[in-house]
Design a protein around this ligand. Structure first.
Ligand code: NAD
Ligand code: IPM
Ligand code: MN
Length: 352
């Protein structure tokens, strides 16, 4: 049975307000053509709402998301007027933690070699799935400040690594590799310096890998991973890593696949409501100009549709994005001349 066929829409801040409505035009088109009957509810959440009435994330909304919705489609959160970033923490990190969206799934896939900054690398060389742990690590806010604003100030940010959390993300990576016929899984940590938490990653990785003898497990320290993703991306099929390292290496990955405007992601708990969003942020430097690249949002919508039980629409959206890249129906940061809406027109024209 398909999960709930209702999606929550949170455009959020900055270019989120541009790329989400743009991508939803593509969903309108798919609805007109295929009639999936996916309901939508739009939520006014983000910096504007917070500055207006102090609301970040209404408490009862998480329960509604869990009970009534199959997926959440989010643009971006972050506004220079909200220095504390409290609304982004409550809405984005709040959803990841409270909905237990433990898999941050971030594909790094080069669709067209012309947009790759690496010499002599093509689509066959850059096709990686990153499994970023999404519910613990350095993101939990555990810690504190002591003697704040004095010369003796102490600030502690604790990294949480639980056996359950580490094991389930590593297992998800192996399950994915197994299901898709991938030959290897790379685990990346910093266990040479971080002897407690990352030793747990080492031991758990070895144990889970032993259950998949046909998949080659290998390990790289995260500094070497950064180097190798640039030197030799074809080494990688599946990467699993912790929350912070996953954040950083997927921005690196976004560039080698053609830029941050093309990087999509899912925050997933299999079988439950999950959240889909572009990897990029609210881009205050270009917000309001109609020039943001909407293709990361389109690809994220594709991942959302796959989660709702429509993998065929995910495939057709990937084909549409590849078509836009091939024919240079792209925004300025990719060397094109089109605005956000014109790129979407090209996507829709391709879908026919
Ligand atoms: P950013 O991703 O917003 O922007 C980095 C650079 O990439 C900017 O030059 C921007 O113009 C460009 N860029 C980003 N998306 C683009 C697109 N679709 N098309 C064309 N160019 C694009 O990162 P930042 O500047 O570090 O962050 C801005 C705000 O967004 C901050 O408040 C940050 O916390 C937040 N943020 C939110 C998310 C999220 O909601 N998931 C992710 C990252 C950053
Ligand atoms: C991302 C973002 C977030 C993160 C920020 C906005 C908290 O950078 O989704 O990649 O670090 O996870
Ligand atoms: Mn990030």
């Amino acid at each position: 049975m398909r999960p709930h066929q209702k999606i929550a829409v949170i455009a959020g801040d900055g270019i989120g307000q541009e790329v989400v409505p743009a991508a939803l035009r593509v969903l309108d088109h798919l609805e007109a053509k295929h009639g999936m009957g996916i309901e939508r509810e739009v939520f006014d959440l983000g910096a504007e709402r917070y500055l207006r009435d102090g609301t970040t994330m209404p408490a009862e909304l998480m329960d509604r998301f869990r009970d009534e919705f199959g997926a959440i489609f989010l643009g971006a959160l972050g506004d220079p007027r909200v220095k504390s970033n409290v609304h982004a923490k409550d809405i984005l990190l709040g959803s990841r933690f409270q909905l237990d969206l433990f898999i941050n799934l971030r594909p790094i896939k080069l669709l067209d070699p012309r947009y790759c900054p690496l010499k002599d690398k093509g689509p066959d060389d850059i096709d990686i799935m990153v499994f970023r742990e999404n519910t613990e690590g350095l993101y939990t806010g555990v810690g504190g400040q002591f003697k704040r604003d004095t010369p003796d100030e102490v600030a502690i940010e604790a990294e949480i690594n639980t056996r359950k959390g580490v094991e389930r993300i590593i297992r998800a990576a192996f399950e994915y590799a197994d299901a898709r016929g991938k030959k290897s899984v790379c685990m990346s940590d910093k266990s040479n310096a971080m002897r407690h938490g990352h030793d747990l990653w080492q031991r758990t990785f070895k144990e889970v890998a032993a259950e998949y003898p046909h998949i080659e497990p290998f390990h790289l320290y995260v500094d070497v991973l950064a180097m190798e993703l640039v030197r030799c991306p074809e080494r990688f099929e599946v990467i699993v890593t912790n929350n912070l390292f996953g954040d950083i290496i997927t921005d690196l990955g976004a560039q080698i696949q053609g830029g941050i405007g093309l990087a999509a992601s899912g925050n997933i708990h299999p079988g439950q409501v999950s959240l889909f969003e572009p990897v990029h942020g609210s881009a205050p430097d270009i917000a309001g100009q109609g020039i943001a690249n909407p293709l990361a949002a389109v690809l994220s919508l594709g991942m959302l549709l796959e989660h709702l039980g429509y993998p065929e629409h995910h495939e057709s959206l990937k084909d549409a994005v590849a078509h836009c890249l091939e024919h240079q129906h792209v925004t300025r940061e990719l060397g094109g001349e089109l605005g956000t809406d014109a790129v979407i027109d090209a996507v829709i024209a391709f879908l026919g």
